[in-house]
Design a binder for this molecule. Structure first.
Ligand code: NDP
Length: 477
């Protein structure tokens, strides 16, 4: 049994839930506590009590603790990567990669602790000094999804602590193991009692209690649009700061002059790696007519060769879907696509493997129209559509014709089109000759339109969310 971390102690919940391996439904990883609203209150109270000392204490000590977290994550990357692959279903190499990213994020923010600075500005009134500084917010609530169960907690926890806030985090209930392991590491690094708290359990109970708690100054959320909108409305009602990272319907444009091998590799990686369960996944492949047939043929050939199996087996290239409800959603969208008149060029079959799990062949629709639901709604599975276009202008129009705006990619040899696309793609991140997924850990992450709300995450831009600005005026006497 794995417990919640509240005020420096590991506390049982009133209830618990099994964490099941999606590659092998007979494999129960462990049982994880489910908190209730009372435990959320205890965690917030502990964080509030710890805030005065933590926010004004030694920044050298704070930097040292974050560096110690980074070092332990890195030293245990194999074991933590295996746990991640076992609970979420991405392949073990992908799991190890995600764990390393979490370590790098803690390392980056360990450095940021001692690089905090302000500005001194000339006053318009002679003799007065003006200073602009940043201060932490207080208690921050972090709500994270299952698809990056260690990297997303890391990219919210590390800046929150680095800038002097205290944290209460609620990870997704279906994959809490990696966040729990991270909590153990944070506690071992010597973070004082109450500064960091973990409350596991249901979003409708634990998440709601955290979002609506009057002592939580800010909420950072990653997940679905529906939940994000609800959280934003609740935060607005009590004037709490809020940051949302939500879905995507990311286009990868392939122009006639693209290098075919590069374009196919970008599509394969962007659409199907991590089982397509990435907010930056390339779910719409917007392909110019001259290269269309060669691109589809080459992509289908690579999809057929993709090894779909247990995430922990060596050689597996795509693991299972995360759970039954996500699988049902994927199968539902395969039916919707067929009903809308799209052609299923390949894939979409349920697969049986040596262990019972949620295995699904990657699927590619062709002859699709951008107005179809499969091209407008986030599916969040290994399913992509090809949309044929006549020219660059039409490709750009289709790429932007979506309610989302997270990541947008183009494969082309034309500097003119690449430059124009970088400027005019309505997305927070733009990729040229690269997959729409796969980003650096030290630069801003986030999108526009229905994909994001509030300030950017990661890199130095994280300070926008985790601090508040103070302008000080002094008349020296
Ligand atoms: P949710 O938005 O429901 O879950 C994200 C997090 O929010 C989880 O920790 C969840 O808790 C929590 N949560 C749920 N309801 C509330 C609430 N009322 N108040 C506060 N917190 C809440 O996404 P799902 O995991 O259910 O996935 C559904 C769909 O969302 C996916 O199919 C996909 O389309 C999209 N999604 C997008 C992601 C992205 O990165 N863009 C990531 C994950 C999902 P819990 O689940 O434990 O109950």
């Amino acid at each position: 049994m794995q417990n919640n971390l509240i005020a420096g102690s590991w506390v049982q919940g009133p209830d618990a839930v099994d964490n099941i391996n999606p590659s092998d439904l007979d494999d129960v990883i462990d049982s994880y506590a489910r908190a209730d609203a009372g435990q959320v209150n205890d965690a917030v109270a502990a964080a509030k009590a710890a805030f005065p000392a933590w926010s004004t204490g030694s920044i050298q000590a704070r930097a040292g603790m974050l560096a110690a977290v980074a070092a332990e994550i890195m030293a245990r990357k194999e074991e933590l990567g295996e746990l991640l692959a076992r609970e979420e279903g991405k392949t073990k190499p992908e799991g190890i990669g995600e764990v390393m990213r979490a370590g790098q994020i803690f390392d980056f923010f360990a450095g940021e602790v001692v690089r905090q600075s302000g500005e001194k500005i000339a006053s318009v009134r002679p003799g007065i000094d003006v200073e602009i500084t940043r201060e932490p917010l207080g208690v921050v609530g972090l709500i994270t999804p299952w698809n990056f169960p260690i990297a997303i907690p890391a990219w919210k926890i590390a800046p929150a602590l680095a800038y002097g806030n205290c944290v209460v985090i609620k990870p997704a209930e279906i994959a809490p193991g990696s966040a729990h392991a991270l909590a153990e590491i944070i506690q071992r690094a010597g973070v004082p009692e109450g500064v960091f708290n973990l409350v596991m359990g249901k979003g409708s109970v634990v998440g709601e209690a955290l979002v609506n708690h009057p002592d939580v100054a800010a909420i950072s959320f990653t997940g679905s649009v529906e939940t994000g909108k609800r959280i934003a409305a609740n935060c607005a009602a009590r004037l709490a700061k809020v940051q949302l990272e939500m879905g995507g319907k990311n286009p990868l444009v392939v122009l006639d002059d693209a290098d075919l091998g590069t374009a196919v590799d970008c599509a394969l990686n962007g659409a199907f790696f991590s089982t397509g369960q990435r907010c930056t996944a390339s779910s719409r492949l917007v392909v110019q007519k001259g290269i269309h047939n060669a691109f589809v043929d080459a992509l289908v050939e690579k999809m057929q060769a993709l090894k779909v199996d247990n995430a922990l087996l060596e050689g597996t290239q795509m693991g299972p879907v995360v759970d039954q409800s996500q699988l049902d959603q994927d199968l539902k969208y395969l039916d919707i696509g067929r009903d809308e008149g799209a052609k299923l060029a390949w894939g979409g079959e349920r697969l049986n493997r040596a262990t019972q799990g949620f295995y699904l062949q990657p699927a590619l629709f062709t002859e699709t129209d951008n107005a179809m639901r499969i091209n407008q709604e986030e599916i969040f599975g290994p399913i992509a559509s090809v949309i044929a276009v006549d020219d660059y202008d039409q490709a750009l129009h289709v790429a932007n014709d979506t309610a989302f705006g997270l990541s947008s990619g183009i494969c082309t040899a034309s500097l003119k089109h690449a430059s124009h696309f970088k400027r005019h793609a309505q997305a927070g991140m733009v990729m040229v000759n690269l997959p729409t997924a796969g980003v650096d850990y030290h630069v801003p992450f986030g999108g526009r339109k229905g994909s994001s709300y509030g300030s950017r995450e990661q890199g130095r831009y994280a300070a926008e969310f985790y601090t508040t600005v103070k302008t000080g005026y002094t008349l020296p006497l």
